[in-house]
Each structure stands twice: as structure tokens, then as C-alpha cells.
Design a protein. Structure first.
Length: 223
């Protein structure tokens, strides 16, 4: 008997069950199929324009920076402007996201693009966020070849592209969106929720940005 089987066997013995009870199985299946919602705070329950404003305010409150562009094709120019303003190299790493890859990165001002997961030696990375949560200013990113998780955490500067239409009021709405987009059995391996750049105040309660990840988080909102 494996360690896993031994642990489950002890649990079943303590409960006085064998795991084959129809009633208990029905409860588990109902729970998995029903995806019940938790308590939803009122703060994010706003019209879309006000929800976007709240998201931006909350993100800036935790030291993220925001840029607005009218269309996706304006993203490369906004990114290039940010890199210049921060005195960063005109180079970044991204995954295989089809939306980002379709953008005119080679148009002036030209940005040097490399693809794939980060090995920790990239100064800047760009990701495509699947959602933003208005009540906390949180970005939501899913793992996979399109947007490798390493891009979110290893480079010193993380740039996230977010569609204004993907800003939702609360965390529960994020799960609804992800389940609808991917379907059961096809969910991404990891879902990352990022609120502002990395920070720590462990040493003498002094706030330090970039302690365990990017010191800068820049969000390009496509209105």
C-alpha cells in the first residue's frame, strides 16, 4: 500500500465509510458541478466605466503604474514610451500569446522581442492578463506557453496588457470567466493573482519594492 492509499484508508476508517457510498459521491459531484459562489463584496459592483476607474485607482494605490491606449495596435508605442521614461533597454521577453504577437512591435519605435519563459536574466517582460479585479486592483494571469508564469515574477520590470472589457468587479467573476473560456478539464495549471509590484517590509518595517519579484508593475489598459 502506498503512502497515499494508507492515508486515505485511515481517513475512511475514522469516518466509517469505504468511499463507494452513492450519497457521498453525489454530494461531491454536485459540489464540483455547481461551483458555488462565495460572499461578493459590494465595492466592485459598478457600471463598467466606474469599475475600470476603481481598478486603476486600486492598482495605483499599491504602486503599479497605468497607461491607457485606445486600441491594441497602440500597445507597442505605449510600451516603448514607458521603457524610455524608465531608462530601460528597448527589449523585452514575451510568450506565444497570439494577441501580443500580432501587434506591430517592429514599427518605429522598434523593440527587440524574444520569446519563451524567462531564465531570470530578462530586464523586462510583457504578459497578456486575462482579467483585472476592480475591488483590489489585482491582475489575473494564467500559465501556459502563451504567457509563461516566469514572465510574471523573474524580470525586474513586468508589463501587463489588459483589455478594459476584461475588468470585473470581484474574484468570483474571474472564476466564471476562466471556466467559461477554458471549460472543465482544460483549465490552466496555474492562475496567478498579482496586486502591485513585489514588496516586503520584513526588515525594520521598511517597505522595499522588488524584494521577491518585479520592482515595477506597469499596466497598459486597452480602452
Amino acid at each position: 500500500m502506498s503512502g497515499r492509499e494508507a492515508i486515505l484508508s485511515r481517513i475512511r476508517n475514522s469516518l466509517g465509510v469505504d468511499g463507494a457510498e452513492a450519497g457521498r459521491r453525489a454530494i461531491v459531484i454536485s459540489r464540483l458541478d455547481g461551483t458555488p459562489r462565495g460572499v461578493i463584496p459590494k465595492r466592485g459592483q459598478l457600471p463598467q466605466s466606474e469599475r475600470l476607474t476603481l481598478f486603476c485607482q486600486m492598482a495605483e494605490n499599491v504602486s503599479a503604474t497605468i497607461a491607457h491606449v485606445p486600441t491594441m495596435n497602440a500597445v507597442p508605442e505605449a510600451v516603448a514610451s514607458y521603457l524610455r521614461d524608465q531608462n530601460l533597454p528597448a527589449a523585452l521577453r514575451m510568450g506565444e500569446d497570439p494577441v501580443l504577437n500580432a501587434l506591430p512591435w517592429n514599427s518605429p519605435p522598434q523593440i527587440d522581442i524574444t520569446h519563451g519563459p524567462s531564465d531570470g536574466n530578462d530586464a523586462v517582460a510583457v504578459s497578456h492578463a486575462v482579467a483585472g479585479i476592480a475591488e483590489t486592483g489585482t491582475l489575473v494571469l494564467v500559465s501556459g506557453p502563451d504567457n509563461p508564469t516566469t514572465l510574471n515574477f523573474l524580470p525586474d520590470t513586468h508589463i501587463a496588457v489588459l483589455s478594459a472589457d476584461d475588468v470585473v468587479g470581484d474574484t468570483e467573476s474571474v472564476w466564471d470567466m476562466v471556466r467559461s473560456r477554458y471549460g472543465k478539464g482544460l483549465m490552466p495549471r496555474t492562475l496567478n493573482m498579482i496586486t502591485g509590484p513585489s514588496r516586503s517590509a520584513d526588515i525594520e518595517q521598511t517597505l522595499l519594492l522588488g524584494a521577491h519579484g518585479p520592482r515595477r508593475l506597469h499596466i497598459v489598459v486597452v480602452d
